[in-house]
Design a protein around this ligand. Structure first.
Ligand code: ADA
Length: 525
């Protein structure tokens, strides 16, 4: 495998301008519009590199935004609008070794994008957010391996391999390989000497099928009753929502930053992250697998109105959803598939869209529950369709309640929806605070004190009410959004300021207070 990260020749061009003059440089991975010449501009970032190879190589770009086109020796080789997802295309280097010219044209245009709309409350960065690699394409290679646990007591797993190979040589954890004819059928195998994956004991196994090795965990999920079960035991999700965002790095957050975020989240006593509102990077999942942090992943979408649920949008969404599920399938930390955050789920169009996405989830992955985060809640017509009831509610922030009324507002939701007999979580709840903005009692909105009490009241309310299966606080840290949209007044400085930490990860009072509360409540929360 060849890693193409590092220094690339670079040029910025406007829409329609297709002859870049490569007179600058860019680092890959990197967002080109977080700071510098392209800050806040909608442009094309053109990246160029010369690379020598022969034969067929698979070019893989781990994550990008918002649209990528690949040109190889001047010829178009492929494109993708599935921002934040990996993209692959096969390049043919021919028989004689010589240098080829690889160009990646990455634009952040919102107009005309099938999935990104200018109302979304997060910044649509441009650039290459993850590693760029080239790997040899082999004949009869193992194209994909998908594993899920069938039984956490016996360690039986279901294994699906896509390959044209005649035989599959399969081994676990570097042990002795067994040979199976490749019939294309799902294999049921027992993992030898297995240990369960749990958030407290995030044990990982390895499986090798011919030339390919992947990691997985032995753990089951059950959501058929009123509560979510992990390995047959009830589990309460204590989580935060998180954006892949930083004022200087944009969406190309360095791996060191991702890891320090996750270590901090784990150490504070959370066990869950909702990856809002797009697919998560491979590195993120590898860390969550190892740290024992459970994850909700969703494709790109946000607050879509009925008229936005067009065939073009839904086709693209269904494709990105399937791609997301396949990409992350083996990660034991992934426990919920999401989609269509806060869509028009009180309309006919919303019902059809949610039905279609639920079908995609169940077809692609029968081993995990699927849902969407609803902000229609009491008027929602889609709740009977989903596996888990997930509610985005903001009492005492967008609602008129007092801070002291958060508990009764949440209790009322729980009482109202318990008869549906499904697991119930609060997928978003939060209040904004400007870092360093303090108030005297009674706490005023936008102060750190108001926000701290807001989140503490939420955590206590969920802990004290056994009907809830968890909470996901909005938001782990401040995240880049727009200033020039309908959010102008409520998004000072172009950030969603509801972070428990600010955008540079400086803790607000809420972070310290919630941490204390989680430490006190320990496992019972
Ligand atoms: C919604 C949305 C979030 C964010 C939040 C807020 O619930 O899902 O992305 O915009 O509101 O901060 O108001």
């Amino acid at each position: 495998m060849l890693n193409l990260d590092g220094l690339w020749e670079f040029a910025l061009t406007e829409r329609g301008e297709e002859s870049p003059v490569y007179d600058s440089f860019a680092a890959v991975p990197g967002s080109f519009d977080a700071v510098g010449l392209a800050f806040n501009r909608r442009v094309i970032g053109n990246y160029r590199k010369r690379v020598a190879f022969t034969g067929k190589m698979r070019l893989k770009i781990g994550s990008f935004g918002l649209h990528i086109r690949v040109f190889f020796d001047g010829k178009f080789s492929g494109e993708s609008y599935f921002a934040w997802s990996p993209f692959e295309t096969v390049l043919d280097g021919g028989e004689e070794e010589h240098e080829h010219v690889l160009e990646l044209k990455v634009d952040n245009f919102i107009e005309g994008h099938p999935l990104f709309i200018d109302r979304y409350d997060f910044y649509g960065f441009g650039g290459i957010f993850d590693h760029v690699t080239l790997e040899e394409v082999r004949e009869k290679e193992v194209e994909s391996i998908r594993i899920h646990t069938l039984d956490h007591v016996t360690g039986e797993i279901a294994l699906r391999v896509e390959s044209k190979a005649d035989f599959l040589r399969i081994s676990f954890d570097g042990g002795k390989a067994k040979k199976y004819p490749n019939t294309g059928e799902i294999l049921r195998l027992k993992v030898p000497s297995f240990r369960l994956w749990t958030p407290e004991t995030p044990f990982l196994h390895r499986i090798t099928v011919n030339e390919k090795t992947v990691e997985f965990g032995v753990r089951t999920l059950d959501w058929k009753g009123s509560h979510l079960l992990l390995n047959g035991k009830r589990i309460k999700l204590k989580g935060v929502n998180r954006h892949e965002s930083h004022p200087e790095f944009g969406a190309a957050t360095p791996e060191s930053l991702i890891l320090s975020d996750l270590l901090r989240i784990k150490k504070a006593g959370f066990n869950f992250i909702r990856g809002s509102h797009y697919p998560q990077r491979e590195f993120f999942f590898r860390c969550c697998d190892r740290l024992g942090i459970m994850v909700w992943e969703e494709p790109l979408s946000w607050g879509n109105r009925e008229e936005e649920l067009s065939p073009r949008f839904l086709d693209a969404l269904a494709q990105q959803l399937a791609l997301t599920i396949r990409t992350s399938y083996n990660h034991p930390s992934l426990v919920i598939h999401g989609f269509l955050n806060e869509c028009a789920s009180d309309t006919d169009g919303g019902v059809a869209a949610v039905k279609r996405m639920m079908e995609v989830c169940h077809r692609e992955d029968p081993s995990r529950p699927a849902t969407f985060a609803s902000n229609r809640v009491r008027n929602d017509r889609c709740l009977p369709l989903v596996d888990i009831l997930a509610m985005n509610v903001y009492p005492a922030w967008y609602g008129t309640e007092k801070l002291s009324g958060i508990k009764s507002a949440l209790d009322a939701y729980a009482e109202e929806f318990k008869s549906m007999g499904k697991p119930m979580v609060i997928s978003e709840i939060g209040a904004a605070a400007m870092y360093g903005n303090h108030s005297e009692e009674p706490w005023t909105p936008w102060s750190e004190e108001f926000q701290a009490e807001y989140f503490c009241n939420t955590v206590s309310a969920v802990r004290e009410n056994p009907l809830w299966d968890g909470f996901m606080l909005w938001l782990y840290c401040n995240a880049n959004t727009y200033t020039e949209t309908v959010y102008k007044t409520a998004r000072p400085r172009g950030f969603n300021n509801k972070g428990l930490l600010d955008e540079y990860r400086r803790p607000k009072l809420a972070w310290r207070e919630v941490k204390k509360l989680l430490a006190e409540s320990g496992k019972d929360c």
